[in-house]
Write a protein that binds this ligand. Structure first.
Ligand code: PMP
Length: 415
């Protein structure tokens, strides 16, 4: 066997290095704003009360065994997760046009979707026939790796405007217009990672118009439903709007890592919305064939937990309030940081943004502060506040106990 060349350590290098530095730091006021998982106001991981109840009930239930699930996963889970993202009254579901397969969380959904496109998307109809997917610049780092690994080349489209610390809407629409008809575009359904910058509803409508006229496929990555705003329906708006058009081919990657706090259980689904039931049946059969050779059957426990929560009235209402609690804490940290910088410290805003309002306009776990790398370096080295060089902070790392300290350092490096 030929030895393969040594590969660089996978996964976000800077985050790993940052976490290692944070752990090794003995300073008592140190803060970790690199972490990509929810933390409570004491800075601790949080097991959702709805999840606790569901898992206790599952463990107590003697009829629950450890047999394999089917290839496409737990059917109660896939059908209820499709309703969660598309809406209970979704015509696409009623018309049997949604093929849903349980996946290894959101990463696995992206991967299964990528393999599916690599095998079955008709790239020959595109001018030049290039096997490409357009991804936002910037995006979740793993998108590039996932599509590269199946032979689909990721190509950046403009998304973030550093000058305004907001959306480069004209760059985005120009990219959609100038791409060959029938191109594949990856969109973040809500709470764009890493910027926290989302299109408005009006902009989503206009984007859907362009998808329709150009015949593009919308590949939605939905890792933060409910976690973004606290409203599960509101965060699904973009996806539901695109699906309601009926003419836009839509693929959806769904993760329960964040909104159910089930990071390590790997609960997710891939939903492919077809134009007809006949096409849907073919898609589902092909997804099953791919899934069989990749993982045989998805893991059961986390899917059972989520399925129980989605199908039991009292767990469902508990989960809705759990999701609101997480989103609410994050939103309150945004408000607190914004208020400290704007009103208390009167900190000069970054670049040409003119204010710190981007902190409260951005949604989800992450926020781009808009600071320069040298300012970030001082905050990390001298303030012991850990964040990535692009000044992305995880709002979940802020607490009522550390937000003033963090604001103080942002103020200091901004003068
Ligand atoms: N997509 C995006 C945009 C994400 O931010 C994440 C999580 N960081 C994922 C997908 C996948 O996460 P997981 O595999 O844990 O569900």
């Amino acid at each position: 066997l030929a030895s393969p060349p040594l590969a660089p350590t996978p996964r976000p290098r800077s985050i790993f290095a940052l976490t290692a530095r944070f752990k090794a730091d003995s300073y008592d006021k140190k803060v970790n704003l690199g972490v990509g998982a929810y933390r409570d106001n004491a800075g601790k991981p949080w097991v959702l009360p709805s999840v606790k109840k569901a898992q206790a009930a599952l463990i107590a239930d003697e009829s629950v065994d450890h047999e394999y699930l089917s290839i496409t996963g737990l059917s109660e889970f896939t059908s209820s997760s499709a309703k969660l993202i598309l809406g209970r009254d979704s015509p696409a579901i009623a018309e049997k046009r949604v093929a849903s397969v349980q996946t290894i969380s959101g990463t696995g959904a992206n991967h299964l979707g990528a393999v599916f496109l690599s095998k079955f998307y008709d790239y020959s109809k595109l001018a030049g026939g290039k096997r490409q997917i357009y991804i936002s610049n910037p995006t979740w780092a793993n998108h590039k790796a996932i599509f590269n690994s199946v032979g689909i080349t990721p190509v950046d489209y403009p998304y973030y405007d550093a000058k305004t610390v907001g959306l480069d809407y004209s760059g985005l629409t120009q990219a959609l217009q100038s791409a060959p008809n029938g191109s594949v575009f990856l969109l973040h359904a809500c709470a764009h990672n890493p910027t926290g910058v989302d299109p408005t509803r009006e902009q989503w409508h206009q984007l859907a118009d362009i998808f329709e006229s150009k015949g593009h496929l919308a590949f939605f990555d939905c890792a933060y439903q409910g976690f973004a705003s606290g409203d599960l329906d509101g965060d699904a708006y973009s996806v539901r709007h695109f699906v309601s058009r009926k003419t836009i081919p839509v693929v959806i990657c769904q993760s329960f890592a964040k909104n159910a706090g089930l990071y390590g259980e790997r609960v997710g689904a891939l939903h492919v919305v077809s134009a007809t039931q006949e096409q849907n049946d073919a898609v589902l059969s092909q997804l099953s064939v791919i899934q069989r050779s990749e993982i045989s059957n998805p893991p059961a426990f986390g899917a059972r937990v989520v399925s129980m929560i989605l199908n039991d009235a009292s767990l469902w209402s508990q989960w809705q309030s759990d999701v609101k609690e997480m989103a609410g804490r994050i939103i309150s940290m945004r408000t607190a940081l914004h208020d400290l910088l704007t009103n208390r410290l009167k900190t000069p805003p970054p670049g040409q943004s003119g204010s710190w309002d981007h902190i409260v306009k951005q949604i989800g776990m992450f926020s781009y502060l808009g600071l320069k790398p040298e300012q970030v370096k001082r905050i990390v080295d001298e303030g012991h506040i850990y964040m990535t060089g692009n000044s992305r902070i995880s709002m979940a790392g802020l607490t009522t106990g550390n937000v003033e300290y963090v604001a103080g350092w942002i103020d200091r490096v901004s003068r």
